[in-house]
Design a protein around this ligand. Structure first.
Ligand SMILES: C[S@@+](CC[C@H](N)C(=O)[O-])C[C@H]1O[C@@H](n2cnc3c(N)ncnc32)[C@H](O)[C@@H]1O
Length: 313
C-alpha cells in the first residue's frame, strides 16, 4: 500500500479534494483531508492523503494531478510505502484478518493462525496488539468501510501529539465493541460503550472480555458496555461531557442526535462520525456546524465517509 500525501494551503487542498472526490472511478482506496489547528486561519494548512495499492498507481495519479494543477507544484511530494494502512486493502478481502495500524483484527478461527496463508500466519503470531472479534449477529469485524474509517480516525486522533488529552470516550452503537476495544489500547481514558440492541451488548461484552478490556483497566483504558438508545441511560448522562464520542450509525440518526452530541460534549471535544455515504456528507456537516462542530478530517473508503469533527463554540 502506498500513501501519497500533499501538505498544502487550505484553499489549494480544497480544490484538489473536490476534484479527487468527484472522480467517477477513483484509483485510490481511501482519501482523507486533515485540517491543521493553526491560530491564524490565513496560515492554515491541510494534509490531503490518498491510499493507493502500489507505486505505479501512486505515480500515475501524481502525474495526472501535476498536469491538472500545475500551480500546486505537486512534484515536491513523494509517495511512501506504508505498513500501518495495509488493512485498508485487507478490508476488501472477505473475512481474512485485518491489519489496522498497530492492531490485527481476527476471528476465533484464526486465533492460532490456522487456515491462513504463510505470511498471514507469521503476521498473526508476531503481532502483539491483536483484537479477537466474534461478530455473531453484531456489526463490526473491521472489514466494512465505516468501521475501517473510524479506526483510521481514532488512530490519527491518538497519534496527533498536539491534541489535548482525551480522557472520557463514548462509543454510541458499539456493535461487536471493536471501536471501544481499540480505544482502550489507543487512549488513556474511561470508555463507555452502548448499543440499542441487547444482543450486540452481550456480544460486545464477550469480545471485550476476550480481549482483556471489559470492566477492569485494560492496557490503558477502562471500558464499560451498556444497553441504551442514544444517551438515554443515567450512567451515560452522569459521565457527560465526553472528550470524544464515536458514532458509526446512519446519517439520519446522526442528524437527529446532533443536539444531544452538543449536550454531551464541551468546547474542544471531538466526534468521530460514520455510517454516511459520500453524498450525505455535505448535509451532515451543515447540520453539525449549526451545533458548533467543524470538520477536522474526512476519510472516504469505498462509498462510505467517516468524519472527525471538533467543537469550536
Ligand atoms: C453500523 S453498526 C456499528 C458497529 C461498530 N461500532 C462499528 O463501527 O463497526 C451500528 C450499531 O449501532 C446500533 N445503534 C443504532 N442506533 C442506535 C442508537 N440510537 N443508540 C444506540 N445504538 C444504536 C446498532 O444496533 C448497531 O449495532
Amino acid at each position: 500500500m502506498y500513501l501519497l500525501s500533499f501538505r498544502l494551503r487550505a484553499d489549494q487542498a480544497g480544490r484538489l479534494y473536490d476534484y479527487l472526490d468527484s472522480l467517477p472511478e477513483p484509483p485510490f482506496s481511501a482519501l482523507s483531508l486533515t485540517q491543521s489547528e493553526a491560530q491564524n486561519p490565513k496560515q492554515a494548512e491541510e494534509v490531503l492523503a490518498l491510499y493507493l495499492p502500489d507505486l505505479p498507481a501512486a505515480q500515475r495519479l501524481q502525474k495526472t494531478l501535476e498536469t491538472r494543477f500545475p500551480d500546486l507544484a505537486l512534484h515536491r511530494f513523494t509517495p511512501e510505502m506504508i505498513k500501518p494502512q495495509d488493512w485498508v486493502a485487507k478490508s476488501q478481502q472477505g473475512l481474512a484478518p485485518v491489519r489496522a495500524g498497530r492492531f490485527l483484527i481476527h476471528g476465533r478461527h484464526d486465533r492460532k493462525g490456522h487456515n491462513l496463508a504463510g505470511h498471514h500466519r507469521t503476521a498473526l503470531r508476531g503481532f502483539r496488539d491483536r483484537i479477537e472479534i466474534d461478530a455473531a449477529q453484531a456489526f463490526g469485524t473491521g472489514h466494512h468501510g465505516t468501521t475501517c474509517g473510524c479506526l483510521l480516525a481514532l488512530e490519527q486522533l491518538a497519534r496527533a501529539s498536539s491534541r489535548p488529552r482525551i480522557r472520557k470516550i463514548f462509543d454510541l452503537g458499539t456493535g461487536t465493541g471493536i471501536l471501544a476495544i481499540a480505544s482502550t489500547r489507543l487512549f488513556q481514558a474511561s470508555i463507555l460503550a452502548a448499543d440499542i440492541d441487547p444482543v450486540a451488548v452481550a456480544i460486545a461484552r464477550h469480545n471485550a472480555r476476550l480481549n482483556g478490556a471489559h470492566g477492569c483497566l485494560g492496557r490503558l483504558g477502562r471500558l464499560r458496555i451498556v444497553a441504551a438508545a442514544g444517551f438515554e441511560q443515567p450512567i451515560i448522562r452522569t459521565a457527560m461531557p465526553f472528550d470524544l464520542i464515536i458514532a458509526n450509525v446512519l446519517a439520519a440518526p446522526l442528524k437527529t442526535l446532533a443536539p444531544a452530541f452538543r449536550q454531551a460534549t464541551h468546547l474542544g471535544s471531538y466526534l468521530v462520525l460514520s455510517g454516511l455515504t459520500r453524498c450525505q456528507t455535505r448535509g451532515l456537516l451543515a447540520r453539525f456546524r449549526n451545533f458548533g462542530f467543524i470538520p477536522m478530517a474526512t476519510y472516504n473508503l469505498d462509498d462510505w465517509t467517516t468524519l472527525t469533527l471538533k467543537r469550536r463554540d
